[in-house]
Design a protein around this ligand. Structure first.
Ligand SMILES: Nc1ncnc2c1ncn2[C@@H]1O[C@H](COP(=O)(O)OP(=O)(O)OP(=O)(O)O)[C@@H](O)[C@H]1O
Ligand code: SF4
Ligand SMILES: [Mg+2]
Length: 335
């Protein structure tokens, strides 16, 4: 990797991403409802947080809130989002746009919807770089070439003047990663980046993300339905259920001894399930809709350990580095 790709590791205590008490609300007045609540976590430089949870649990709303890309009608109604100590929550769109280009990169499931079909790859990667750094056209082209090489696009000199439709799905995702990295961001958010790809290509893309995370000291959030993916690549795991974090721990601790019954059920389903987009075979029922979240623990209606007490108030956080919200947590290692 070239010296230019390397980002100096900052040792400031506030380096990386820090989210405190984040709340996202859709609508206003009496019809308003919260889809993300009391979410607090941090992702230091050089670490990958795996964000998992069933469909509708609020993963993408969290990601778009961090990036200032929430859908129309929704907003950050409370809390703080800091990147390297700078507050981002509710910054004006004009300023967020600049930060998204320079300091935050994003990769989504479908690269085609994010790539401009009528622009060559050299320009798509090079333009934002030119815009944010004031580089010349030939410098931007050089940077695009360097990035294509970095993300493993074969024969990059020849591919620079190709258009997105001339690339395969996996290669397009590599191009998206190159675009996201063009300005050497501090934070990279990948929301289901490999769902549309076959298993071999999936592994290649995730290995690439992991290498870049380590080499560039990026803070990475990997959002996925697939628990086996986070098991292999993430350093920390956060499980969301019905808009809240239910458990957050270093990956090793999480997989060895999950404390929350929901996490436990998810893990027991891995061999058969892997993909949380499907129904959970071991747990009856489905997650509640945000308009009808129950007052206490949101998992209570489906939880085999639930008692009356669980329905009274949302369980406070317990544990230190391995944090969970449950009144009757599991003890000990997974069988
Ligand atoms: N534009 C929108 N308008 C209204 N409700 C929305 C909108 N986008 C998401 N929601 C609701 O917000 C909640 C969280 O959705 P989100 O997309 O964050 O879930 P997710 O965890 O990313 O799910 P998936 O795994 O299916 O991508 C869901 O209940 C969803 O119905
Ligand atoms: S608080 Fe109660 S209902 Fe909720 S997960 Fe724990 S045991 Fe189950
Ligand atoms: Mg989503």
């Amino acid at each position: 990797m070239s010296a230019q790709m390397q980002t100096p590791v900052t040792d400031a205590a506030d380096a990386g991403l820090r989210v405190d008490n984040l709340e996202v609300t859709i609508g206003r007045g009496r019809g308003a409802f919260r889809v993300v609540e009391e979410l607090s976590f941090s992702v230091p430089p050089g670490r990958m947080l795996g964000l998992v949870g069933e469909s509708g649990s609020g993963k993408s709303m969290t990601a778009t809130a961090l990036l200032g890309l929430l859908p129309w009608g929704s907003r950050i109604s409370q809390g703080s989002v800091q990147l390297d100590g700078r507050e981002l929550a509710n910054l004006p769109e004009r300023r967020m746009r600049g930060l998204r280009g320079r300091e935050m990169g994003m990769i989504f499931q479908n690269p085609l919807s994010s790539l401009n079909p009528s622009m060559t790859i050299a320009r798509q990667i090079g333009e934002p770089y030119r815009l944010y750094t004031g580089a010349s056209e030939s410098e931007a082209r050089e940077r695009a070439l360097e990035l294509l090489r970095e993300v493993g696009v074969p024969d990059p000199e020849r591919r620079l003047d190709d258009y997105p439709h001339q690339f395969s799905g996996g290669m397009r995702q590599r191009v998206m990663i190159a675009m996201a990295l063009a300005c050497k961001p501090r934070l990279l958010i990948a929301d289901e980046p490999t769902t549309a790809l076959d298993v071999t290509i999936q592994a290649q893309i995730l290995r690439l993300l992991k290498r870049l995370q380590e080499e560039m000291q990026l803070a990475v959030i990997l959002i996925t339905h697939d628990l086996s993916l986070v098991a292999e690549y993430a350093d920390d795991i956060m499980v969301m259920y019905a808009g809240r974090s239910v458990e957050h721990a270093p990956a090793q601790d999480f997989f060895r001894a999950p404390r929350h019954p929901y996490s436990h059920a998810l893990l027991n389903s891995i061999p058969r399930l892997g993909d949380l987009g499907q129904r959970l075979a071991d747990i009856e029922g489905i997650p509640p809709a945000p308009q009808a979240f129950p007052p206490g623990c949101r998992f209570a209606p489906r939880c085999p350990r639930a008692t009356e007490e669980c329905g009274r108030a949302y369980p406070p956080p317990e544990g230190g580095e391995h944090r969970y919200h449950c009144l009757h947590p599991l003890e000990g290692d997974r069988a």
